[in-house]
Design a protein around this ligand. Structure first.
Ligand code: ADP
Ligand code: MG
Length: 225
């Protein structure tokens, strides 16, 4: 990202101001800041779900500002997986089929999508829950299903917006461990959080406050456990 600014409305509210950020292939990092600081705005821009008011965003060499919506949606489908705080699973649909929807864009036959979904569920430790529907799963298990759906297509980049925000500490730790394992396997992982314990487990942290990024010193020394 080069000098990326996002304003909303008129008169404009500046949600993100002149953000410069480089994320290398294979990195794992946390974006840490309080509520309303611009974290989701930043993540949505990184994920091409939104366009900047000004500035430049390049993903894997692609200048996203020069791409139309269809091109961006193709880039997203093949390159980026998303995980959100509220899981966004289809209710009444088995975990296996929720994960298989992550491959709809590929045009693969259903049997192959389900076979790959089973592998992805195994990666998040939920092979035994494949037939369970979301209402038969705990919050932590639902988030693991959502992670499996996000990575079933093996995206290079995984973007997670407050993935542990709705979870108890222990389930949150499991989710962070799964993200770390995916990163060990080569996936680039960006985690947005306002939870300092989650941020502490990341090898790199970027602070954000009032739409302004800051590198280093994102975690006050006194907040370390
Ligand atoms: P965070 O995810 O850190 O809580 P957001 O990125 O959601 O913060 O929001 C940053 C700022 O931008 C906030 O002041 C918020 O009210 C504002 N904002 C976010 N989305 C919109 C929108 N669609 N329209 C107007 N203002 C918005
Ligand atoms: Mg947010």
């Amino acid at each position: 990202m080069r000098s990326v600014t996002r304003t909303y409305g008129s008169p404009p509210t500046v949600a993100l101001s002149h953000a410069d950020l480089d994320v290398d292939r294979g990195e794992m990092l946390a974006i840490v800041g309080p509520s309303g600081s611009g974290k989701s705005t930043l993540l949505n821009l990184m994920g091409t779900l939104d366009r900047p008011s000004s500035g430049e965003i390049r993903i894997d060499g692609h200048d996203t500002g020069a791409m139309n919506d269809a091109e961006l949606s193709g880039l997203r489908a093949h390159t980026i997986g998303f995980v959100f705080q509220q899981y966004h699973l289809a209710e009444g649909v088995a975990a296996l089929d929720n994960v298989a929807t992550g491959l709809l864009y590929t045009g693969m036959p259903k049997a192959e999508r389900r076979a790959r979904a089973a592998v992805a569920l195994e990666r998040v430790g939920l092979a035994a829950r494949a037939r369970h529907r979301p209402n038969e799963l705990s919050g932590g298990e639902r988030q693991r299903v959502a992670i499996a759906r996000a990575v079933v297509g093996e995206p290079a980049l995984l973007l997670a917006d407050e993935p542990t925000g709705a979870l108890d500490t222990r389930s949150g730790e499991t989710v962070v461990s799964i993200l770390a394992e995916l990163n060990d396997g080569g996936t680039t992982v960006v985690v947005i959080t306002h939870d300092l314990q989650v941020a502490e487990r990341m090898p790199r942290r970027i602070g954000i406050r009032d739409g302004v990024l800051s590198t280093g010193a994102a975690i006050p020394a006194g907040a370390r456990s």
